[in-house]
Design a protein around this ligand. Structure first.
Ligand code: SF4
Length: 463
């Protein structure tokens, strides 16, 4: 099924609203402050909202107290997210009392859950604007309504559309996010994303290439291609490996990354593309979630641990110096001690370079939340601690192989917590600390690794 694209007329209407707001500000430059929770998708959505605000004439505020417009871009993946968001929104009441002209807004995945959005609207009547994940392209019109005294609640149930040509204000730094697709069709039984981000829809290849060319022209060294499951990218038959090759060929691009890959869709073609494209970084984030086949089935992940190990072998055999990171959930409903031991065993053998580990927490509306035999919190906590201990051992042991290794790092900054050290990452995401001068930040240097730390390396510049 082809995705729906927001039509030219609607995009032009958004620009018309931007211009009207800009004119109404009469040269004034109100301040905006955006607080973003959650994943890179949300970060990137915030960049789009910041882009629209800056075209209207808004400028960034250092903090909430100085802002004329405050937006919370919310996430609902983690437990207690609602509590935290409601707490933060409660805090701005005082700011609103001191500055009645302050405009407050809440958007993002949590607001796409209609009942939660309604609860928030009722509890915090001073929130002027609430919208979900499908309304970014009408943000200028919604803000305009609020500026004229209205209150807006806009949460559409839809599979989502793709809006091109909206303004964008990138956060800066070395890496630029470029969305290649939105939504997810996988319905892992614990995950809320398909419900709040809609079905999978891929951007057109040409739109992606044009954006990457622009990003490279703006001086970004690295591009991160984003999607909930980039491996199922499909633009009229052009799949992710072909897209990756096309982006890799863009002149001036130095490093190319992508995120996230679902193991069930990781193809030999993608592994070949990674191996053959010189700018594609030798790193993959491949969430395994559990080492137990029984739990993987209950999670609806549609692969087995055996298949996962086959993928690790395929990647390591083909892509030189590749490092693999992952996500793991412990305490999924019905998880037995044996299931958990299977996860520990997988971690010991998989040689991950890092992992995000979580204790399972039910998300309202998902299948896993309704399963019998939820695991007690104390058991989850104890398993998480054991998992992290095994991971620590494995990650630290994995670092030893880097002693004497020579590679290039892109210098990102200066760490002044002890003796000042520059830091930057190898292509495979391993962080290396070296001595050097701050004017080297932003450049690439060749380093030799001379030592290891808990989850990073120490080296010296050799060229
Ligand atoms: S692949 Fe699974 S975990 Fe990832 S976003 Fe889709 S449903 Fe959620």
């Amino acid at each position: 099924m082809q995705p729906n694209f927001v039509d030219e007329k609607a995009i032009n209407e958004a620009y018309a609203a931007i211009n009207r707001v800009r004119a109404s500000l009469k040269g004034g430059a109100p301040h905006y402050y955006i607080e973003t929770y959650g994943c890179q998708m949300n970060e990137h959505d915030s960049e789009k909202i910041a882009g629209m605000l800056e075209q209207m004439g808004y400028i960034p505020a250092e903090n909430k107290v100085d802002a004329d417009f405050i937006l919370f871009n919310t996430c609902c993946i983690r437990e207690h997210a609602e509590l935290k968001t409601f707490g933060n929104v409660g805090f701005i009441k005082e700011l609103k009392v001191n500055n009645p002209a302050l405009i407050t807004a809440v958007c993002g995945c949590m607001m796409q859950q209609r009942q939660t959005a309604q609860r928030l609207a009722k509890r915090f009547p001073y929130v002027d604007l609430i919208f979900g994940t499908n309304e970014l392209h009408i943000f200028p019109q919604m803000l305009e309504t609020v500026i004229h005294g209205g209150r807006v609640f806009e949460v559409k149930d839809s599979d989502g559309e793709i809006a091109e040509r909206l303004p964008l204000k990138r956060k800066g730094g070395f890496s630029a996010f470029v969305n290649i697709m939105y939504g997810c069709n996988n319905f892992c039984s614990y995950c809320i994303v398909p419900y709040v981000r809609g079905r999978e829809r891929s951007r057109h290849v040409e739109d992606i290439l044009e954006e990457v060319r622009k990003v490279v022209d703006e001086g970004f060294a690295e591009v991160m291609l984003l999607g909930q499951n980039v491996n199922s990218y499909n633009d009229n038959g052009v799949r992710f490996p072909e897209l990756l090759r096309a982006v890799n060929d863009i002149t001036g691009l130095r490093r190319l990354r992508f995120m996230t890959s679902h193991p069930k869709d990781l193809s030999p073609e993608l592994v070949s593309a990674m191996a053959e494209c010189e700018n594609v970084c030798p790193h993959i984030h491949l969430p395994v979630q559990s080492g137990s086949n029984r739990i993987l089935e209950l999670m609806n992940r549609r692969y087995t641990r055996e298949h996962y190990f086959t993928l690790l072998d395929m990647l390591r055999n083909a892509v030189r110096d590749i490092e693999i990171t992952t996500d793991i959930i412990v305490g999924f409903p019905t998880e037995t001690e044996q299931d958990f031991e299977d996860t520990l065993d997988l971690v010991r053998r998989a040689r991950f370079s890092a992992a995000y580990t979580f204790a399972y927490s039910p998300r309202e509306g998902t299948r896993a939340a309704k399963m019998d035999c939820q695991i007690e919190e104390a058991v989850k906590k104890e398993r998480l601690a054991r998992l992290n201990a095994v991971l620590l051992e494995s990650v630290t042991g994995n670092n030893d192989k880097y002693l004497g290794y020579v590679g290039d790092i892109l210098i990102e900054g200066l760490d002044t917590r002890g003796e000042p050290m520059l830091f930057g990452k190898l292509g495979n995401l391993k962080m290396v600390y070296v001595k050097g001068s701050p004017d080297m930040i932003g450049g690439s240097v060749r380093v030799k690794v001379t030592g290891t730390r808990f989850n990073s390396l120490v080296g010296e510049i050799i060229g």
